[in-house]
Design a protein around this ligand. Structure first.
Ligand SMILES: [Mn+2]
Length: 427
């Protein structure tokens, strides 16, 4: 168990207090762990099991099939799958967890005769009993607590930041002309796994030269050339908790003037958004702060023709900064990001999926980026839309830079945000 019993107890008490306000006397909330997914044609093989984050956060238990039930009448009642004989033989046992035997659940549930059941976590389709809007109410009550990270969560992520830091330290010397993107991936992942990461929280992104402009660049056999900028977006993971970090590297002799110009703009975009993001602030204002810095920088370089304000208002800046400035991170790389929002609004031309007010204790990534994406710069529709706002001829000259993204994981605080990954050098 990563989290102490005391922390788990606090989480349950806090959740119960909030659920009490919205539940009727005989309603129940069931939080499900989920079941492993079988590999197609894999017979007895399953994909690596991740307990549903809602269940894991609440219980600290990683076993499949568990159910935590809450009602005003019963308080929290846990049902867990006992460790089987097969598990002991094939997998070496596992950690026994507290709770009633799962086989007693059906009888318990029938006996309580709850008037309504709300289900959270991963459960089978046949368990779906309530209209969606009821689920959302319970889910939002639950997630509003989960969004605020507790002390043990923050300390775990801080530890992960140092583990990832070991990987970035190795890359500083490793990235030289002649190595491939794949070798960079292996060097990074090898270092963080050695340093204590259990697995990678997401596919490590490595982009050299123009590949740095590929937002989700998967490492290829491309060989790093003298003067290439290399972008690496890699994390570290313990118990599904993670960090999400992006840095850029040069090949040993420093950045070219063009690369440095773009780097400086992105660094300012990140600093500006982190500085203005306080409890009570809307997250989309952090996005706008970064967009403004990028728009101003591109105006100064003669790549955008319109003023920073105009480029943000028209969305022209999104030709170079096409994604949102960040997301909630912690328990998985996309942690509970905000109330269910199927129709995200656009800000500065980019769809910003996380759109909510910041609270003390939220853990957010700040990852502004500035890219020269050939597909976008040559797209006829984009060119027509921002015809006069962009100096297209000038923009094309910057294609070899690829792109720069800088990403850190920051705890929002009333007095000075806590950048957990900020100690990892930016250059
Ligand atoms: Mn990210």
């Amino acid at each position: 168990m990563i989290f102490s019993q005391e922390t788990i107890k606090t989480r349950k008490e806090q959740t119960a207090k909030s659920l009490e306000k919205i539940l009727e006397e005989d309603e129940v909330v069931l939080v499900h762990s989920g079941t492993p997914v079988q590999k197609p044609g894999g017979h007895d093989q399953t994909y690596y099991f991740h307990p549903h984050p809602d269940y894991y956060w609440l219980t600290g238990v990683r076993r499949p099939s568990g159910v935590s039930a809450y009602s005003k009448r019963t308080g929290w009642v846990d049902f867990v799958q006992p460790i089987t004989r097969e598990e002991k033989i094939w997998e070496g046992g596992g950690v026994a967890t507290e709770g009633s035997d799962l086989s007693a659940f059906d009888a318990w549930f029938a006996e309580k005769k709850f008037s309504r059941t709300h289900r959270l976590g991963q459960h089978s389709e046949s368990h779906w009993m309530n209209p969606l809007k009821d689920e959302l109410n319970v889910l939002e009550t639950f997630n509003s607590i989960r969004r605020v990270k507790d002390h043990e969560e923050i300390e775990l992520v801080r530890k992960l930041a140092h583990i990832a830091g070991a990987g970035y330290t190795v890359l500083k010397d490793f990235i030289r002309p002649g190595v491939t993107e794949r070798e960079i991936q292996l060097a990074y992942e090898g270092a963080v796994l050695k340093a204590g990461s259990e697995k990678m929280p997401y596919d490590t992104i490595v982009g050299a030269g123009t590949n740095a402009a590929v937002l989700h660049a998967m490492p290829t056999s491309r060989i790093v050339k003298e003067g290439d900028l290399v972008l690496v977006d890699g994390g570290a993971d313990i118990g599904d908790y993670c960090v999400d970090i992006t840095r850029v590297f040069h090949t040993g002799k420093g950045f070219s003037q063009q690369q440095k110009n773009i780097f400086d703009i992105v660094l300012k975009a990140q600093t500006d958004s982190i500085a203005m993001c306080k409890p009570g602030e809307q997250w989309h204002n952090a996005h706008l702060a970064s967009a403004r810095a990028i728009a101003q920088g591109l105006k100064d370089l003669g790549i955008l023709r319109t003023s920073a304000e105009e480029s943000v208002a028209s969305g022209a800046v999104s030709v170079f900064f096409p994604h949102g400035v960040g997301h909630m991170v912690g328990l998985k790389v996309r942690d509970v990001g905000g109330p269910y929002n199927p129709y995200p609004k656009s800000y500065a031309g980019a769809r910003v999926r996380v759109d909510m007010e910041m609270k003390e204790g939220y853990l957010m990534t700040f990852e502004p980026g500035l890219y020269f994406i050939e597909a976008l710069l040559t797209d006829q529709e984009t060119r027509a839309k921002y015809k006069d706002a962009v100096n297209w001829e000038e923009a094309m000259k910057w294609l070899p830079v690829g792109g720069v993204r800088l990403e850190d994981d920051v705890v929002i605080k009333a007095q000075g945000n806590d950048n957990l990954t900020g100690f990892i050098p930016k250059i």
